[in-house]
Design a protein around this ligand. Structure first.
Ligand code: TUI
Length: 317
C-alpha cells in the first residue's frame, strides 16, 4: 500500500487537478468512482454552489473525494465553513499559504493537501499539519510558480517527511513513472481530465486541448507576479502585448475580467482564457475518467516491469 493511497483512501495514488470553473461534482464523482481522488474546484464559486456539488458527488459515489480552495478567492472563510460542516474527507489548496486554516480543517477531521510551488511553502505547511503536499511545476495549467516539475519534486521530497504528489506535465504513464523516480509518491493530473467524457467544459475548449502541440501554451501575467498558463490565443497575445508595453495593470485586469467563464461556459476559445498545462500536446482523445486512470497506471507499471537498468556505455547494467 502506497502512503498516498492510504491518506486519500483511493485505489490509485492520483488526484484530479482543481480546474477553476470546470471541476464540478460530475467530474469529481467520475474520478473518485474510477479509483482516483476527484476534486471539486471551489475557486470562484459561492458556498451554496459548493454544497450542491458535494451533494452531487455523494449521490453518485460513496468513494472519497476532495474540495480545492483557491486562496485568492474573496470568500475563503465561507468555503472553509462549508467543507467543515459537510465533513469533506480531503481539502487541497492553491495560490497561497493555507497555514492558518489547517488546524481548523484538521479539527473537523479533514486531511489537508496544499498545492505548493516552492520548498519553503512545503516546509511551512508540513509544520502547520498538512498530511501531504502537491509539488506543482511550472508546466501546469492555470496559476503557476517558477520551478519545473523535474527540479521541484526531488527538492520538496528531500525537504519534508510527508508524501509528495507530483503535478505539472503528467499526462501519461511515462509522467507517472517519472514522478515516482523523482521522489513523488503520487500524481495530480489536470489537463488530461479536461477532455474526460464526464468533464462539463465547453466542447470547443476540449477541442483546443486535443489539437494543441508542445508550443501551444504561454504564461501570461508574469509582470504582475501572478503568472497563469493558458493556450496561446487572441486574448493571450493581447495580454502579452500589453505586458510588453508596460501597460497599466487596471487595463490588463479589465481585459481579463470574465474570460475564464467565456472559454469554459461560452466556448469562446479566441477571447476566453483557456487554461491548460504544457502537456496538452500529449492529450489526443476523449475518454472516461476511469479509462484515463487505468491507462496511466497500466502504462507506468509496464515501464517499471520492462526496465533493465540505467544504460551505460550503450549496454544495460
Ligand atoms: O492554484 C493553482 N492553480 C490555479 S488557481 C486558478 S484560479 C485563478 N484564476 C485566475 C487568476 C489566478 C488564479 C487557476 N489555476 N495551482 C496551485 C499553485 N499555487 N500554483 C502556484 C501556487 C502558489 C504560488 C505562490 C502557492 C503559494 C504561493 O505563495 C504563497 C506563499 O506564501 O509563499
Amino acid at each position: 500500500m502506497n502512503r498516498v493511497c492510504e491518506i486519500l483512501g483511493t485505489e490509485y495514488p492520483i488526484i484530479q487537478g482543481a480546474m477553476a470553473r470546470i471541476a464540478d461534482g460530475d467530474l469529481a464523482a467520475a474520478v473518485s468512482a474510477g479509483g482516483g481522488l476527484g476534486i471539486i474546484a471551489a475557486g470562484g464559486a459561492d458556498g451554496d454552489w459548493l454544497r450542491g456539488q458535494i451533494k452531487t458527488v455523494r449521490e453518485k459515489t460513496d468513494k472519497p473525494f476532495g474540495v480545492n480552495i483557491m486562496l485568492l478567492a474573496p470568500n475563503v472563510e465561507e468555503l472553509i465553513d462549508v467543507v467543515c460542516e459537510e465533513k469533506v474527507p480531503i481539502v487541497t489548496t492553491g495560490a497561497g499559504n493555507p497555514g492558518k486554516y489547517i488546524p481548523k480543517l484538521n479539527e473537523a477531521g479533514i486531511k489537508v493537501i496544499p498545492v505548493v510551488a516552492s520548498v519553503a511553502l512545503a516546509k511551512r505547511v508540513e509544520r502547520a499539519g498538512a498530511h501531504a503536499v502537491v509539488a506543482e511545476g511550472t508546466e501546469a495549467g492555470g496559476h503557476i510558480g517558477e520551478a519545473t516539475t523535474m527540479a521541484l519534486t526531488p527538492q520538496v521530497a528531500d525537504a519534508v517527511d510527508i508524501p509528495v504528489i507530483t503535478a505539472g506535465g503528467v499526462a501519461d504513464g511515462r509522467g507517472v513513472a517519472a514522478a515516482f523516480m523523482l521522489g513523488g509518491e503520487g500524481v495530480q493530473v489536470g489537463t488530461r481530465f479536461l477532455v474526460a467524457h464526464e468533464c462539463n467544459v465547453a466542447q470547443a475548449y476540449k477541442d483546443m486541448i486535443i489539437k494543441a502541440k508542445d508550443s501551444s501554451t504561454v504564461a501570461t501575467g508574469r509582470s504582475t507576479g501572478h503568472p497563469v498558463r493558458v493556450i496561446k490565443n487572441k486574448l493571450a497575445k493581447k495580454i502579452l502585448d500589453l505586458e510588453k508595453e508596460n501597460a497599466d495593470q487596471a487595463m490588463i485586469d479589465e481585459l481579463c475580467t470574465g474570460t475564464l467563464g467565456r472559454a469554459v461556459v461560452d466556448g469562446d476559445v479566441d477571447m476566453g482564457s483557456v487554461m491548460s498545462g504544457q502537456i496538452a500536446g500529449l492529450v489526443t482523445k476523449e475518454q472516461s475518467a476511469k479509462e484515463i486512470i487505468e491507462e496511466l497506471f497500466k502504462e507506468a507499471e509496464e515501464i517499471y516491469e520492462n526496465r533493465s537498468g540505467i544504460c551505460r556505455s550503450g549496454r544495460a547494467v
